[in-house]
Write a protein of this length. Structure first.
Length: 279
């Protein structure tokens, strides 16, 4: 996402929006952005969410669920009579969004591809939902986290790492994903360097994989645990480390904590080695 011209509110589909007027009823089909809406002070305007929208947990208990990110219950959304629908290009099905667009007045399409894209996202939501003060505070925190990550990147030499998201088949992330962009902010380059798919299968025999400094095992979407570490180390011939997947893949307001988590993890592993038992 890129910043819109001053005063314009343009989403990832290129659609221009106007600041909301009157009562606002939001249905969010994106877990990361549900969290962002709450952090912007909009919990009271949130009338629907997916079952994967779990943060902040207590604040969302009373907000009705409308299915998953891919299997949205269309009638449940319509019954909530939302004024605004929040969707994401990667996380929601296009046909679902198109069907709901016929009955929801405002559909906001998002597609952050790197941590800095969250600055424009905050600007869009802040202007659209008239909460610019909260958005500016989040932007300032994000700029600080980006500065900290880049300082670390300048301090430590870059390292190649394999980031696992699935087992049987073993799968990783391409460099054009948000996850890879987050890791790059602290100097971790994901392998392979190029791939035809965004989430390619792992060839454990490939020179890039064997030459990586280590393997990072994510907690989502597959929930890797400590019992998987010996198996992965045997396959890859490299040390393996568990990593919090939410801190790498959730955008919106989570990017602030995510970048600081990654910077702290990289600094610790630079001292203790990639196979440190701590996460």
């Amino acid at each position: 996402m890129t910043s819109a011209p001053m005063g314009q509110l343009i989403d990832a589909a290129g659609r221009e929006h106007r600041p909301a007027e009157g009562p606002v009823r939001i249905v969010s089909l994106v877990p990361s952005l549900t969290e962002l809406l709450c952090d912007l002070g909009l919990t009271g305007q949130l009338v629907g969410r997916t079952g994967f929208c779990v943060h902040p947990r207590e604040a969302l208990r009373a907000v009705p669920k409308v299915g998953g990110t891919k299997d949205v219950k269309l009638d449940a959304v319509r019954a909530l009579a939302p004024t605004h629908l929040i969707v994401n290009i990667d996380e929601n099905r296009r046909e679902t969004v198109e069907e709901l667009a016929a009955s929801v007045p405002v559909v906001v399409v998002t597609h952050p591809c790197a941590p800095q894209d969250n600055l424009a996202l905050c600007e869009l939501f802040g202007g659209l939902f008239r909460c610019s003060g909260e958005a500016l505070r989040l932007q300032a925190a994000l700029r600080g986290a980006l500065d900290e990550a880049r300082a670390l990147r300048a301090e430590l030499p870059a390292e190649d790492v394999l980031y696992l998201i699935w087992r049987e088949p073993w799968m990783t992330v391409a460099r054009d994903t948000y996850i890879s962009a987050c890791l790059a902010e602290v100097g971790w380059r994901t392998v392979p360097a190029s791939a035809a798919a965004r989430y390619p299968e792992v060839d454990w025999r490939a020179a890039e994989i064997r030459g990586a400094a280590g393997v990072l095992l994510s907690s989502e979407p597959y929930r890797f645990t400590a019992r998987h570490l010996p198996e992965v180390e045997a396959l890859g011939g490299r040390p393996a480390q568990l990593i919090d997947g939410e801190m790498c893949s959730w955008y919106g307001s989570r990017a602030v904590a995510g970048l600081r988590y990654l910077a702290a993890l990289r600094r610790r592993l630079a001292v203790r080695g990639l196979n440190s038992p701590e996460v």
